[in-house]
Design a protein around this ligand. Sequence first.
Ligand code: FO1
Length: 318
Amino acid sequence: MPRVLAVSGGVGGAKLALGLSRLLTPDELTVAVNTGDDETFHGLHVSPDVDTVVYALAGLTNPDTGWGVSGDSFRTLDALGRLGGETWFRLGDLDLAMHLRRTELLAAGRTLTEATRAICDALGVRHPVVPMSDAPVRTIAQTEHGEMAFQEYFVRHACEPRITGVRFDGADDALSSPALSEALVNADAIVFCPSNPLVSIEPVLAVQGVRDAIERFAGPRIAVSPIVGGRALKGPAAKMMAELGEEVSNAGVARRYAGLIDVLVLDESDAAEAPAVEALGIAAHVAPTVMTTDADKTALAREVLTLVSQTAHRRSAR
Ligand code: FO1
């Protein structure tokens, strides 16, 4: 099997990451995760997309939300609220353990990569889940009501303010994490999971050297579109694309990936959009991309890995 670098945001990305982890060994898969969404709440370092991927691979995800821990409760947060603390960001009682442990490890001088590895080891997650960088990068939503940190925009304001731009504070000075740097050199293929290109994938690309390395990457580069039927399956991708003047379609997604991918995987219901993607010089591959069950996740991962080997042959034949 090829060695795959998967780039992921939260909920949608974690589903494909889980599928890939069922088919590839820990030596064959590295999941590099967006940390632009990270935030400090009640003094704790929360890394929502890393949490979401780790919980997915550990089999702990809350199936109703796709983030957080299955069967969690919010008694501590409710108690914090009674004491006058902020409660808009829903940290569950069980989930708090993750953030307490990460914060403790960081305070003891570990990097975010090391803290994530320690947590994965403890939860039995053997596939490397790695932050995009060990340096702080923060996604800032520029909106009609001014700038705000990503979780403030996404959760507190439920993505309601109209967005005028997005920037990634700290990205210019951030080095990619050691495992991401290593995978950019040694992987045989790069897979962009079906995450929001604007706020889940682009923070990773903004980290020093990452976009360049992916542009120059010799192996197959495949993205799974998060847009199905002109809508995002989860989250604000469609609304954000429209507000930023992008076409909300698979061609719109393909444009964001220009120069970075060879193939865009679109959902079977969007087969009619394939020619518009191909007109941009990106091959379009049609497959079922909606992942409801674990079998769907593995099936899409298998499809992507088949594409990896087909695209590798096509590129080496050029
Ligand atoms: N998403 C929400 O919509 N509301 C929340 O209150 C919330 C809390 C939360 C706590 C821990 C965590 O790891 C994730 C959490 N998320 C919540 C998900 C998170 O905001 C998003 O999935 C990502 O940042 C977007 O990719």
